[in-house]
Design a protein around this ligand. Structure first.
Ligand SMILES: [Zn+2]
Length: 275
């Protein structure tokens, strides 16, 4: 029973901050809208998934999966509040994450989906590294979460999260690194490509793109150390709003979490196969 204090600074990962001028080189408006056609007529999604992920299609590929937060963070305030390098500025090591009103913690959700995803990608032949090894520990800090992907020479990294916003706010959004000179200018492009593929694949799991944040389910961010410090293509998947009853019913369902992992695996496979 891992309870997370309701003190989640969820706003730290959800509030659209004012992006530095540099991000204007990666305008959100260039992203294709996710109209109903994009959802109902998936180009490659769904049917090809199992085949695409299996059969050694990911042989030799390295994927780092970063389950956001950790179950012990709430009891280690001073440790997770420690300031670390985050991309030209300093920021808290980590946060507690959010939870559903029923008490299902974001860190537990992130951990469960990450392990389901790891199993799928490994079945496809990928080498998979997770940034933490349980949901009972503390951290690691955001700089280390990025560093693990860099040290592994990962082909791609994905951080699994869920949001905590007002009831009525629904759906997933994908956080993409804006081009921060000297930090993410080298990974912004491929990370955006990965996000677009995820946006195509994820709705098939039954979770719609966000109706309250980002643009068609995608949002550029330059304030996240986990993205800024990455040298490999990376995004955060904010899987839904844990504080909305409809989203929470999905997020607490093991069947949904399996579908969610399958869609992320399908998108990851497509991204790696085109590189
Ligand atoms: Zn989170």
């Amino acid at each position: 029973m891992l309870t997370v204090p309701a003190t989640e600074p969820s706003t730290s990962t959800t509030v659209p901050t004012t992006l530095p001028a540099s991000t204007s080189t990666v305008p959100v408006v260039t992203l294709p809208p996710i109209g109903s056609a994009g959802v109902s007529v998936p180009s490659t999604p769904s049917t090809t998934t199992d085949q695409a992920v299996g059969g050694g299609s990911l042989d030799g590929r390295v994927v780092v999966i970063d389950p956001g937060h950790n179950g012990g963070n709430g009891g280690a305030t001073s440790e997770i509040n420690r300031q670390v390098e985050a991309g030209g500025f300093r920021k808290a090591c980590d946060t507690t994450g959010t939870s559903t009103n029923g008490g299902y913690s974001e860190s537990a959700f992130n951990w469960d989906v990450s392990n389901r995803l790891a199993e799928l990608l490994r079945a496809g032949g990928a080498k998979v590294i997770l940034t933490r090894d349980s949901d009972r520990g503390v951290g690691p800090c955001i700089d280390r979460r990025a560093g693990i992907g860099n040290l592994a020479g990962a082909d791609v990294a994905v951080s699994v999260h869920a949001d905590g916003s007002d009831a009525g706010n629904r759906g997933f959004h994908i956080l993409v690194p804006g081009a921060l000179p000297g930090y993410t200018d080298d990974i912004a492009g491929p990370s955006r490509d990965y996000a677009r593929i995820l946006r195509e694949e994820l709705p098939a799991a039954g979770m719609p793109p966000s109706n309250y944040i980002g643009s068609d389910g995608i949002m550029l961010r330059t304030d996240l150390g986990g993205l800024n410090l990455s040298d490999v293509p990376k995004v955060f998947v904010e899987s839904g709003n844990m504080r909305d009853p409809t989203d929470a019913a999905l997020l607490t369902s093991p069947e949904f979490r399996q579908r969610w992992a399958e869609r992320i695996a399908a998108a990851t496979t497509r991204f790696l196969q085109q590189r």
